[in-house]
Design a protein around this ligand. Sequence first.
Ligand code: AMP
Ligand code: ZN
Length: 279
Amino acid sequence: MPLLSDLFEHGLLVETGIHGVYGRGPEFERVLLAFDDLVTRAAAADEPETLRFPPVVPRRQLEDAGFFNSFPHLVGTVFALQGDELHESATELALLPAACYPVYPAIAARGPLPRDGVTVDTGPAYVFRHEPSDDPGRLQSFHMRELVRLGAPETVQSWQRAWRDRALELLRGLGLEAEADVGADPFFGRTGKMLADSQRGQQLKFEILAPIEGPTAVASFNYHQEHFSSTYGIELEGGGGAHTACLGFGHERIVLALLRQHGLDVAVWPAEVRSELRL
Ligand code: AMP
Ligand code: ZN
């Protein structure tokens, strides 16, 4: 039986009739929350600042940050009925496509960064990407937990790479056959291919892949250099532009990889894995 039907059959996911939009049953949710707590414990040493944002974002913010240019195919815009005639038109809102977008303007508004920069924890944010698919690992609506680092260039880049290694260890500690690799974002169109090649060439993005239907990115580590800091004017304490990086765990993909690895009955997962997750 294909994995997706099996997940429905076992009550792990709940069908809605739309590809990539699923409800979560009690066992799936229990593992998702347990993994989220494991990330909280792993991130504690960074003493990140907690900042939470809603799953909608001003469309203007995504335009300013270049999301509409780079990923127009993934955007979801909120439409609403308006006026006396109740005609449908676009609102000022889009669905949040990655947890970190609202963080940059919020930190920029505070003025120059403190000496050691800033680390933010977005918590598990609901994000949307318009990529309907019957691959159980490719969702339209899913949770992304991000940590975001803003600071001096060397600090930020070494943070990104250190976290790639920490996260690999953390995921292997859950019995996943995880591997790190250089990655690239799905930039739109022909210029998109050039952008992706350049991103790969400069090793700006790493991903950790684990098997679901096939090898699937379950976590990503992005070094944006001055992209967001120049958009929003984020400065270092003594002057000069900051750099930024973020890492994102895809919670549903991680639960799916665990189910694929250890079986659909969480009660009989290996004791070490259950204990690591405090299940
Ligand atoms: P990205 O910003 O594209 O690097 O995504 C960050 C993380 O979100 C990835 O490493 C995945 O774990 C997860 N993710 C991205 N796209 C999807 C999707 N369509 N369905 C489920 N998880 C996703
Ligand atoms: Zn991000």
